[in-house]
Design a protein. Structure first.
Length: 64
C-alpha cells in the first residue's frame, strides 16, 4: 500500500471536518450528516481495490 492513499484519506477527513464546522456554525446542521456520509463513501470507494486485493491475497494463502 502506498503512503499516498493515507495522505488522500487524511486530506478528505480534514476537508470534511472543515466543511462540517462551517455548516454547523452557519446553522445548516441538516447538511453536516450528508457531507460526512459522502466523505465516508468517497474513502470507501478509494479503499475498495485495496480491500479486494487483501481478500485475494488471503484466499491465495489458504488455497480457498
Amino acid at each position: 500500500m502506498d503512503i499516498d492513499i493515507i495522505f488522500k484519506i487524511a486530506a478528505i477527513g480534514i476537508i470534511v471536518a472543515v466543511i462540517n464546522q462551517i455548516l454547523t456554525r452557519s446553522g445548516r446542521e441538516e447538511y453536516t450528516m450528508v457531507i460526512t456520509i459522502a466523505g465516508l463513501i468517497i474513502v470507501l470507494m478509494m479503499l475498495l481495490p485495496h480491500i479486494s486485493a487483501l481478500f485475494r491475497y488471503i484466499k491465495s494463502i489458504f488455497d480457498i
